[in-house]
Design a protein around this ligand. Structure first.
Ligand SMILES: [Fe+2]
Length: 271
């Protein structure tokens, strides 16, 4: 009996020890679960804020920066923010590889040029005919992509309003007419380049297309102006998702244009 009672006491103690261990692990798992849950919420909120709180990058101010002071600015949204229209992989490669290369190469090309301390990006582009082709290609590529990212948005104002809407209708007859003319410029650009909506010296809107990384600021284009909207029709901008179907990519572009941003550029161009 004694032995049996003793055994019972031992067994009860073991059960108690086991229960303590079980409670410890249960609490531990619960705490870990809570930490994981809170981390997921924080991570989700970060992604959400990155998408919704777009940085107010001012494309026109960047034009006045001296070449030596130019930065490789952050993309104003996360890579998959423009899904399902523009895919994550294209956006990431386009920004981190292509745009970054234009920036790096421009910095290298101008590194030993004393003008880089005094010359603004705008002055460089307006006098681009005086510079080597490497500066033209990389300076244009740097600016063009910066403008491109900043007139796109995951939460775009889908149509022009106010003065820009009226001006588009006045100059092209209707928004649809403008859209057709812009699409035609983008689709018929042979090889690589860009299509633009710009403001000319008389304050009038016009559509044009440029090869490679040229843009309407440059003194080598057929018609100069201030670009307020541009589409990149290099294959690197669409090939992963659309392969050779440039017209589909151009048609998709309208879903991510933030006309609020374009209007801001239009107002500054008119001043
Ligand atoms: Fe590009």
């Amino acid at each position: 009996m004694k032995t049996n009672q003793g055994d019972t006491i031992v067994i009860n103690k073991s059960v108690m020890e086991f229960s303590k261990v079980e409670v410890f692990w249960t609490k531990g798992v619960a705490i870990l679960g809570m930490i994981l849950f809170l981390s997921l919420i924080l991570f989700s909120n970060k992604s959400f804020s990155q998408v919704t709180n777009l940085k107010n990058t001012n494309t026109m101010n960047l034009l006045n920066d001296k070449i030596k002071d130019l930065k490789f600015y952050e993309l104003p949204y996360i890579y998959d923010a423009l899904e399902p229209h523009f895919d994550k992989m294209t956006m990431e490669i386009h920004y981190t590889k292509h745009h970054k290369a234009y920036y790096d190469n421009l910095m290298v090309a101008m590194k030993d040029n004393p003008e880089s301390k005094t010359l603004s990006l705008l002055d460089l582009m307006k006098n681009i005919s005086k510079y080597p082709v490497g500066v033209r290609n990389n300076g244009g590529g740097y600016f063009n992509h910066h403008l491109f990212w900043n007139i796109l948005s995951p939460k775009p104002q889908s149509l022009p309003q106010g003065d820009l809407k009226l001006e588009i209708e006045k100059e092209f007859g209707s928004f649809e007419n403008f859209k057709n003319e812009f699409e035609a410029a983008a689709k018929t650009r042979f090889g690589s380049g860009w299509a633009w909506l710009s403001v000319d010296n008389n304050g009038k809107l016009f559509v044009s297309s440029t090869p490679n990384q040229d843009n309407p600021y440059m003194d080598i284009v057929e018609k100069q102006g201030i670009p307020i909207l541009g589409i990149d029709v290099w294959e690197h901008a669409y090939y992963l998702k659309f392969q050779n179907r440039r017209p589909e990519y151009v048609a998709t572009f309208w879903n991510v244009i933030d006309w609020g941003k374009v209007e801001e550029l239009y107002k500054k161009a008119k001043r």
